[in-house]
Design a protein around this ligand. Structure first.
Ligand code: DLL
Length: 489
């Protein structure tokens, strides 16, 4: 009811936020007209301290009525389709193959007419084939692992970087952070989008930023205590490791942490609670992918009940991964995303392979942005190990570079002491298998080194005897992931 009143224009947003706060205290009574009127009159001249109310970075876009949102999305979608049709031969060909002209896309309802984009398209168009802006306008490039040796590339214009910092500013405001906060960005800086993405949002809200990047755990903790870090950004698994080290170093009482923004890999509600207890913080889930923009696609608010999708920039759809038909709200399927404001690399109906569902009910926080459920799994074989995307096919192509290695291998992933452990068993060809320890050690070292440079993370290599890896008669099972992370979501 509150949202209907808000949409009718009878109530100012600032009043609405105060009521939401009071509603928390007095319960559903705030929904009755009588109580509402009394409260509204009372609140008119009673400013509430900022920390009592929900912080919303950009109310004009985060709280639109559904009708306004659909109109905005329709307009932006039309512009994007025009843009890719005229600037990207890839999309022009795809649309022509379907006999589709840009004029046929008038509203969000027409989205289903557009072609899908898949990871392989990005690989085939490597590196810049999907760009819709000339290179002279591209000011940043990022990349993440693809299914083979070729990475997935993202190109950003100045306007795209501006959108990125805007959506990240929304993310951090939703976690009640502002210019008074000190952000420690412990996502990796570099080609990975986590570090610089979070950095730009934290700067945008005016916070003080510590760009420490990932790793170097003792230093992380030293700066956290010396600088009085209040917000931590990193993968949830690294946050757990940090929490453990903090306890070991006995510096819990010196911490000023209040919020954690964790993502880039799946994590459970149980893990959230553990992190919140161990670090005395509120932990927020943040979601995104390189192909779309990086982090900032969707974010938790303080209700922690789903992730608000920045749908004025990225339109989400849920499809059945087998029939490719759209699924209704609430049903779990594959998340498909269309960017509607990006210039550098706009992307139509990108099949993320991430499994989730959508909820269009208005959230208690006042945002009307659709909420996405926590990611429940993937419909492909991509593994996320220590925040890094790893495809078994990448490992295979590296092993095939070594004449000593047979094309038989098995990946073991586990989580020990809250850290992902990655071991690869590699079968040695009979003619190379030897009792000479030094030869075997040398081979192991070379494989480990090459894998580290291709995957971007280290793996423990175990060389095993010829024919010791189980052969399969059907689809080979090459991965044992003992973390069972998705099953707990
Ligand atoms: O992981 C971007 C990111 C950085 C997101 C920092 C959040 C924080 P990629 O390396 O391209 O980009 O990996 C994208 O990671 O398709 C999901 O499978 C997974 N993923 C990302 N965030 C979450 C999350 C970054 N919150 C792939 N929960 C995506 C579950 C996530 N999975």
């Amino acid at each position: 009811m509150l949202c209907e009143i808000l949409n009718s224009g009878l109530l100012k947003f600032s009043e609405y936020k105060k009521i939401l706060f009071l509603r928390k205290i007095i319960g559903q009574k705030a929904d009755s007209w009588l109580v509402l009127n009394k409260i509204t009159q009372f609140l008119q001249n009673q400013p509430l301290p900022l920390f009592f109310i929900y912080m919303i970075w950009n109310e004009s876009y985060e709280c639109l009525s559904r009708k306004e949102m659909l109109e905005l999305q329709g307009k932006r979608l039309r512009n994007t389709v025009e843009r890719v049709y005229h600037n990207s031969p890839f999309y022009r060909n795809k649309m022509q193959e379907l006999g589709l002209s840009p004029e046929e896309i008038e509203s969000v309802e027409d989205l289903v007419k557009l072609p899908f984009t898949v990871k392989n398209d990005l690989r085939d168009q490597y590196p810049f084939g999907l760009f819709s802006s000339p290179m002279s306008e591209i000011v940043r490039l990022h990349a993440s692992s693809g299914t083979t040796g070729k990475p997935i590339v993202g190109g950003y214009t100045r306007k795209d970087l501006n959108i990125w910092s805007e959506v990240m500013a929304r993310t951090f405001s939703a976690g009640n952070c502002d210019r008074s906060d000190i952000f420690q960005i412990a996502y990796g800086y570099g080609l990975f989008t986590g570090g610089l993405g979070a950095h730009s949002g934290a700067e945008r809200i005016g916070a003080s930023v510590i760009p420490i990047s990932s790793g170097n755990t003792e230093k992380q903790i030293q700066l956290m205590t010396d600088f009085g870090t209040t917000a931590l950004c990193c993968t949830p698994s690294y946050a757990l490791y940090l929490a453990e080290m903090i306890k070991k170093m006995g510096v819990e009482s010196k911490l000023k942490l209040k919020a954690g923004f964790f993502g880039a890999e799946p994590w459970t509600d149980g893990m959230r609670k553990e992190l919140e207890n161990k670090l005395s913080i509120k932990a927020f889930d943040i979601f995104g992918l390189t192909e779309i923009i990086g982090p900032g696609v969707a974010f938790n608010c303080s209700e922690q009940n789903g992730l608000h999708f920045n749908e004025d920039h990225f339109i989400p759809e849920i499809i059945d991964p087998h029939t490719l038909k759209p699924l209704p709200p609430g049903e779990v399927g594959e998340l498909v995303i269309t960017t509607i404001t990006k210039e550098g690399m706009p992307i139509l109906r990108y099949r993320t392979k991430d499994l989730t569902s959508l909820n269009y009910e208005t959230c208690q926080c006042g945002r009307t942005l659709v909420r996405m459920d926590k990611i429940r799994g993937r419909s492909d074989d991509m593994l996320i190990i220590r925040g890094v995307n790893v495809f078994p096919s990448q490992v295979e192509s590296v092993l095939l570079e070594f004449s000593e290695a047979a094309p038989h291998y098995h990946l073991f992933v586990d989580r020990i002491n809250n850290t992902d452990v990655f071991e690869i068993h590699v079968e040695v060809r009979p003619e190379f298998f030897s009792d000479h320890l030094s030869q075997m050690l040398d081979l192991k070292k070379r494989i480990a080194h090459r894998l580290q440079s291709v995957l971007g993370i280290s793996a423990e290599i175990k060389l095993v005897e010829p024919r010791s890896i189980e052969r399969s008669t059907g689809k080979a099972k090459r991965v044992t992931d003992k973390r069972n992370i998705y099953k707990q979501v």
